[in-house]
Design a protein. Structure first.
Length: 222
């Protein structure tokens, strides 16, 4: 039987994108509690503030839209907020008080930029869907990612490969968190857009050596 986490152990779901982007960045934010905003994160935050309108629900073309929906999964050990959840009429869905029929919840995540070459956004969306599935006892086959730069939304198929990646990442996040572990720096091209570059100092850290190595280098030099 897979482990279930307690409410105290839940980690922020949004961290899964940091973890996939760079495990060190995630650890600096979530283990060491350091955070630095750059222009990319500021724009993303402003966009989310526009989307986040708690408790607002509207109906468009028969689709019920709920914004800023709190979610959690005790199997993944994650909790967070869905930017939006669309409930579309479906016999596979759930009952909504005061409404006829059943509705399938579809998570919609809003992103500042444009689609990325790595699956960080898809993984975050899939984790949201897995939370909703656990909370509402439904199966959610797909979700949507909306990109502010292209003003376009893309349907994302939430297949097994993506779900396994979510499970793996969530498990690793908990293992790192329990150990209080911050991985060593591994500079990559991602560092150029990293909001923590001034805290992480990848070029300095890469050259840094352990005390033991430092002493050995000096002893061998003599
Ligand atoms: S600067 Fe590079 S290594 Fe450091 S946290 Fe950011 S992405 Fe990771």
């Amino acid at each position: 039987m897979p482990r279930e986490y307690s409410a105290d152990e839940l980690l922020p779901l949004s961290g899964i994108q940091h973890f996939l982007f760079c495990r060190r960045q995630w650890a600096l934010i979530h283990v060491e509690m350091q955070w630095k905003e750059n222009v990319l994160t500021a724009e993303g935050r402003l966009m989310h503030q526009r989307v986040d309108d708690p408790f607002f629900t509207e109906v468009r073309n028969g689709v019920i839209l709920a914004r800023s929906v709190p979610i959690a999964s005790y199997r993944l050990g994650l909790s967070g907020i869905c930017d939006a959840v669309e409930f579309t009429s479906s016999p596979e869905g759930v009952k909504i008080p005061g409404r006829e029929g059943k509705y399938l919840p579809i998570p919609v995540e809003y992103k500042r930029g444009r689609p990325k070459s790595d699956p960080v956004d898809e993984v975050q969306l899939c984790a949201q869907a897995m939370c909703l599935e656990e909370m509402l006892s439904v199966s959610i086959p797909a979700g949507y990612l909306y990109y502010g730069e292209t003003r376009h939304r893309t349907a994302v198929n939430l297949g097994n490969e993506l779900r396994e990646l979510v499970q793996k990442m969530a498990g690793e996040m908990h293992a790192y968190f329990e150990r209080g572990y911050t991985p060593k720096v591994k500079p990559s091209k991602a560092c150029r857009s990293c909001s923590l570059i001034d805290i992480c100092l990848p070029n300095v850290q890469e050259k840094a050596t352990s005390v033991a190595n430092y002493i050995r280098e000096w002893v061998e030099r003599d």
